[in-house]
Design a protein around this ligand. Structure first.
Ligand SMILES: NC(=O)c1ccc[n+]([C@@H]2O[C@H](COP(=O)([O-])OP(=O)(O)OC[C@H]3O[C@@H](n4cnc5c(N)ncnc54)[C@H](O)[C@@H]3O)[C@@H](O)[C@H]2O)c1
Length: 445
């Protein structure tokens, strides 16, 4: 049975693991397999990334270049743009992007492109796992028929499973090895072997009865986050109108040891996951004549936060008898969350665009992001690219308003409080002591 063949290779760490897509998800995963003694090969369409890996250079903050160098040097990690070597892999894991179309419908074209390459190279004895976040049914309704067109049969010739990725870039506490992994196969054998493979690199593997359950579990996790952040954001806007400190309210509510889990407001949601994933669930729901009102509502509330931040800036300037038009506004942080270099879907883009559309002279400082470019959704303010400026004393003193959009750890917040005139703090980055002794006027979300 092929199940036993693959299990033997996995158990002996002799299985060759191919990872398609070496981004935020794929590179840490490939590195972890290599670190545990497997031969890991990354398959990339971006030749620059493949070359960087083969030179021993990492472009993902959670994986160090020294680690990549060591693994490449030991012959356990390599990258290639030649997909014909997929044939040599015993396990193939797909980690390609799953964006949305302009219509907010799922765009699984990257999954399909990766699956086409697998199909061309599929052979008896391979385990294929999809990790990209997607709607329930993708693995067994889309991938399985494609692979069976080769004439090879599930269970008899190959195995197929889904296992969602939960990596949290920039989180030093939870990384690939200690984030529990959910695994659901298209068949029992697929679940069993995929679970065995992940148990070689992850401490806790949770097997479920089908690929669809695993696909739906991932979407529940991220929809849960989007909805609860939406709730916190709505509360923040309400508290602003009522003159109540939102953060103090949340801190107080969080003392309840059961039935409450704190979520925090912010300038809006960003990244490749939380703003997008709920739409995968919504799309599938609509295919079945079902509408998810929570998802639509959360998106509506969350997508209005950049506008609310701009209102806070305008209110602060107004109190200082200044107009937005002509004022200098310095954003601190443009990454969608702290300590990472990812600007995808970042609310900072919308905040900058709105401020520029109102005539503000916008500058930004982000130690992780040297330049931001604006897509067609952000052209009201002209759409010219912006470069990060150094966070000098003069830069702070000459800003009419400083807006903390991302609370990167390495920023000297005491200096911000000392030298700025006005600070809009969307992340509660300025603690109580700093606020009490601050020379700047501080407006918090
Ligand atoms: N970034 C996260 O925090 C995170 C967390 C959990 C799940 N996910 C999910 O994981 C998946 C991957 O996300 P990511 O953040 O790693 O994306 P990414 O953009 O960082 O990386 C994807 C990589 O795939 C490559 N690629 C695209 N098409 C390819 C193809 N046909 N063949 C080979 N390589 C190809 C790209 O060049 C890129 O390097 C998505 O479905 C995402 O929703 C991401």
């Amino acid at each position: 049975m092929i199940k036993d063949d693959i299990k033997r290779l996995v158990g002996a760490r002799e299985a060759r693991v191919g990872v398609i897509g070496l981004g935020y998800v794929g590179l840490p995963l490939a590195a972890e397999f290599a670190r545990r003694g497997f031969a890991a090969v990354g398959f990339e369409v971006d030749a620059n990334k493949a070359d960087a890996i083969n030179r021993g250079e990492s472009y993902i903050a959670d994986v160090s270049s020294s680690q990549v160098k060591e693994l490449v040097g030991a012959g356990r990690l390599a990258a290639t743009t030649d997909f014909s070597s997929l044939k040599e892999c015993d396990a193939i894991i797909i980690c390609v992007p799953t964006p949305l179309r302009k219509t907010k419908e799922p765009d699984i074209s990257y999954i399909l492109a990766a699956a086409e390459e697998i199909k061309k190279n599929l052979r008896r004895g391979q385990l294929v796992i999809l990790e990209s976040t997607t709607y329930p049914g993708t693995t067994d309704e889309v991938l399985l028929p494609m692979f069976e067109e080769t004439g090879l049969k599930l269970d008899e010739d190959f195995l197929l499973a889904f296992s969602p990725e939960r990596v949290d870039p920039g989180n030093p506490q939870f990384q690939t090895h200690n984030i529990p992994k959910v695994v659901g196969g298209c068949t029992e054998d697929s679940t069993e072997v995929a679970a065995l493979l992940y148990s070689q690199i992850v401490g806790n593997v949770h097997a479920v009865s089908s690929a669809r359950v695993a696909e739906a579990a991932k979407l529940l996790e991220n929809t849960f986050r989007a909805v609860n952040i939406g709730m916190a954001n709505e509360m923040a806007r309400l508290c602003y109108h009522l003159g109540i400190d939102t953060w103090e309210v949340i801190r107080a509510a969080a003392t309840k040891p059961f039935g409450f889990m704190p979520f925090y407001p912010g300038p809006g949601i960003g990244g490749h996951c939380i703003p997008l994933d709920p739409h995968y669930l919504l799309w599938k729901a609509r295919q079945h004549g079902f509408d998810s009102r929570f998802i639509g509502l959360a998106e509506e509330v969350n997508s209005r936060m950049p506008e609310h931040v701009v209102t806070l800036v305008a209110d602060g300037l107004n109190d200082a008898r200044k107009s937005m038009n002509g004022s200098r506004v310095l954003l601190l942080g443009v990454a969608y969350k702290k300590d990472i270099n990812d600007v995808r879907e970042s609310p900072a883009l919308s905040i900058i665009d709105r401020l520029r559309a109102k005539g503000a002279d916008v500058r930004y400082h982000d130690p992780f992001i040297a330049e931001v470019r604006f897509d067609e959704a952000h052209t009201e303010g002209g759409g010219a690219p912006l470069q990060s400026v150094a966070l000098t004393d003069d830069e702070l003193k000459s800003a009419d308003c400083v807006v903390i959009v991302t609370d990167h750890t390495q920023i000297d917040y005491a200096k911000i409080c000392q030298l700025s005139k006005l600070v809009v703090d969307t992340r509660n980055a300025l603690g109580g002591d700093l606020r009490r002794t601050s020379c700047a006027r501080i407006i918090r979300l």
